[in-house]
Ligand binder design. Structure first.
Ligand code: AMP
Ligand code: ZN
Length: 475
């Protein structure tokens, strides 16, 4: 196993990763609430999790990875910073779409898994659905209650943060105070003992019917949003494990609450050794949101004829700790770079001839290989890793070795380099016509350029004019 450095939100520092039980690594990523299509912001976080998984494998670890699907208990109040109030997102979506909450879950889970594959994200051992593990969540709440860290009020069973602190635990060590304050800026439920307390189990309302509800020792109801992640991650990975991943918004409420619940129940610290948080994606320099009309999904990307893997390539242009700004222009340019890269890889493949490497070329190959690994091991520095990819393309090592290197790099990049067939093999006549047309267009002779387009069409090809030149496709 090679050394790996990661920024751990628990300390705010880049630390050497030391697995609890090497080479095994337990890893859990907070998944989607399945009431709508995930946005390209959500996909950025899942891609971070995928890269981390692939890098662990690349560096010789044996990661075991789980991701949850929240199909109950995530209330709309979380939009304004209070996860215990408002309607259940699933039930709200069901009403809006005229379906049952179960149908909503089925529909969006199917879509999620399909999109997951399109982005070439490594599937977890299991996508754990909250509603499949209600028993485990109830037992965990019971354990917390037995230890004296829970109390009952009218609408549910709540976690008692001040009792937890009095017992010597630290609440919120992932966040700084301002983040916690922001998380609780709405009017707190007046029955709560402390505004930071949060629901472990909510009772079904007496004046309305819920579609998803279960019996419990405390009465009919449903789990609080945070408890599922503690219950399911501990069920599959043990009471202490290595890595937990999510977007940075989860640092202020969801993750501190997961830590509090888990450590309160088990008495073991730390619940998770490394907390990895991805920065957000913005669109055109602004916050992405449904109300802003810019909460793009993978379907929006595909509807514009863009390959989902171009989105993956686009994500790599920024370090996971830095905000990334999405624009359609930037995505198109990622697509162009990816196309170019694939064409290079295919050309290297076609030109493959086994040659004996001279010593300096062997050194160079090894150095490039090492440089790529160093970039990954240095806190998943994908922009740097991509730079090494292009360095390989432009280097003077033989095509045979370029191809081999890039194919191995693709185990981490997941861009299907080398797997994709060249879009078209354009013969010389067509290439000549395309060049003539380009020249005419540059000279402003559009009518003549159009005549040539027709000739090219008759030869069986179409031309699309992209920012970095014409793309020729077989029609
Ligand atoms: P949600 O379905 O809202 O619980 O979010 C699923 C995951 O996506 C969580 O890890 C969030 O932190 C993350 N996430 C939400 N919005 C963004 C965004 N704009 N950029 C990056 N990650 C996000
Ligand atoms: Zn979670």
């Amino acid at each position: 196993m090679a050394d790996l450095y990661l920024t751990n939100s628990l300390t705010g520092k880049k630390e050497k990763f030391e697995a609890i039980n090497p080479p095994n690594v337990g890893m859990y990523t907070c998944g989607p609430t399945v009431y709508d299509y995930p946005t390209i912001g959500n996909w950025r976080t899942y891609t971070l999790s995928d890269i981390l998984f692939r890098v662990l494998v690349y560096l010789g670890f044996h990661p075991k990875f789980y991701m949850n699907l929240t199909d109950v208990g995530h209330l709309t109040g979380d939009n304004v910073g209070d996860a215990d109030t408002g309607e259940d997102r699933m039930e709200k979506a069901a009403k809006k779409e005229g379906k049952t909450a179960w149908d909503i879950a089925e529909f969006y889970i199917k879509d999620f898994v399909e999109s997951f594959e399109k982005l070439n994200l490594t599937k977890p051992e299991k996508f754990t659905r909250a509603t499949e593990f209600i028993k485990e969540q109830i037992s965990l709440v019971e354990r917390i209650q037995k230890k004296g860290f829970a109390y009952r009020i009218d609408d549910g069973i709540y976690f008692d943060v001040s009792a937890y602190e009095k017992a010597g635990f630290i609440y919120g060590d992932l966040s700084n105070l301002t983040e916690i304050k922001e998380g609780t800026r709405v009017e707190p439920n007046p029955d709560k003992r402390d505004s930071r307390d949060f629901a472990l189990w909510k009772f079904s309302p007496t004046d309305a019917n819920r579609q998803m509800e279960w019996d419990s020792p405390w009465g009919v109801g449903f789990p609080g949003w945070h408890i599922e992640c503690s219950a399911m991650s501990m069920k599959f990975l043990g009471e202490q494990f290595d890595i937990h991943v999510g977007g940075k918004d989860l640092k202020s409420t969801h993750h501190p609450n997961e830590i509090a619940q888990s450590e309160a129940a088990t008495g073991k610290h730390p619940f998770v050794k490394y907390w990895i948080h991805g920065a957000f994606l913005t669109v055109d320099g602004k916050r992405m949101g449904k109300s802003e009309g810019n909460a793009y999904t993978l379907h929006d990307i595909q509807n514009k004829g863009i390959d989902p893997l171009a989105l993956r390539y686009f994500y790599f242009s920024s370090h996971y700790k830095s905000q990334i700004n999405f624009t359609w222009e930037a995505l198109k340019s990622a697509q162009a770079s990816l196309n170019k890269l694939r064409d290079h890889v295919l050309a290297f493949k076609e030109n493959r001839k086994r040659t004996i490497l001279s010593e300096d070329k062997l050194d160079k190959t090894n150095a490039l290989n090492a440089k790529f690994k160093i970039a990954l091991a240095d806190d998943l520095n994908m922009p740097q890793a991509l730079a090494v990819v292009w360095e390989v393309v432009k280097s003077n090592i033989p095509d045979y070795d370029k191809y081999d290197l890039l194919k191995v790099f693709d185990d981490v990049l997941g861009l299907n380099l080398g797997k994709v067939e060249r879009t078209v093999k354009v013969d010389k006549v067509v290439t000549e016509l395309v060049n003539q047309r380009e020249k005419l267009r540059k000279e402003g002779k559009f009518d003549q350029a159009d005549d040539i387009r027709k000739k090219i069409f008759d030869l069986g090809f179409t031309i699309e004019d992209k920012a970095d030149g014409p793309v020729v496709k077989r029609r």
